[in-house]
Design a protein around this ligand. Structure first.
Ligand SMILES: Nc1ncnc2c1ncn2[C@@H]1O[C@H](COP(=O)(O)OP(=O)(O)OP(=O)(O)O)[C@@H](O)[C@H]1O
Length: 243
């Protein structure tokens, strides 16, 4: 994917969540956002996905110039897949129905086509045996994998994952990591935010360090983790990598 983010500001009341942030990437498959809590990762992810609009500056993702028109943004959003940190499956619907419902209601597929796409996605991620279970009958890792299956069932242009493993134990994190790597290898463009540096290093081809509403540096993981250029990134990494 190609990103052109130029001097973007996003305010919430008196808080500047993004403060003149710029990011230019000619091509990336998996972009991972890391940085201190409150630094602006989620806001940037939501902006790139078309869930928020910038107060100032410009944002382009691939060929889409994201302008603050409600209809243009809605059609852009529909091209993308989303998964957030809390399991956001409907608790009263089976895994399969959680996938078919948006395919029918948001993407306009017939129930037959929705079923076919949902089964394909569940099969692809080894979840077919869980198709008829409710979320409460699945482990956290399985729920996140169903969430990802739902987000990719309609072949999104970009998949946005906001802290997809933060509610999972290490074994389940590994399951989700494997799935994300599989998707990336199959050519899926992904933007994700995480607090787990091992996860970021394993899955990213570009890592952006976001702090105080700006991107301090954006480089391949081996370069950013092994030789961070900015003092603030070095400090952050030395603190979080200690444990
Ligand atoms: N809807 C909102 N209303 C008010 N303030 C917000 C809102 N969303 C984000 N903020 C503020 O904007 C700043 C950036 O928040 P953001 O969630 O983007 O950071 P983050 O890096 O994703 O943090 P975390 O790692 O804790 O999820 C924070 O100061 C936050 O309190």
């Amino acid at each position: 994917m190609k990103l052109e983010v130029d001097r973007v500001t996003k305010r919430y009341g008196a808080t500047r969540a993004l403060d003149g942030l710029s990011l230019h990437l000619a091509s990336a498959r998996v972009l991972v956002l890391i940085g201190p809590s409150g630094g602006g990762k989620s806001t940037l992810l939501r902006l790139l996905g078309g869930l928020e609009t910038a107060d100032e500056g410009s944002v382009q993702v691939n060929s889409h110039q994201l302008v603050a028109s409600a209809t243009a943004l809605q059609s852009y959003r529909r091209k993308n897949g989303f998964l957030f940190q809390q399991f956001n499956l409907f608790p009263h619907l089976s895994a399969k129905r959680n996938i078919t419902l948006p395919l029918e209601k948001v993407h306009g597929h017939t129930p037959e086509k929705a079923r076919e796409l949902a089964e394909q996605a569940l099969r692809r991620f080894g979840l077919l045996e869980h198709a008829d279970k409710l979320p409460s009958q699945l482990s956290g890792g399985q729920q996140q994998r169903v969430g990802i299956a739902r987000a990719v069932a309609f072949s999104p242009e970009v998949l946005f994952l906001d802290e997809p493993t933060s509610a999972l134990d290490p074994e389940m994190t590994a399951e989700v990591l494997e799935l994300i790597q599989e998707l990336a290898e199959a050519g899926q463009d992904i933007i994700l935010s995480t607090h787990e540096m091992g996860f970021a290093r394993a899955v990213a081809d570009q890592v952006a360090f976001v702090a105080a509403g700006k991107i301090e540096e954006c480089r391949p993981p081996s370069e950013l983790f092994d030789a961070p250029e900015s003092a603030i990134c070095r400090r952050f990494l030395s603190k979080v990598m200690r444990y």
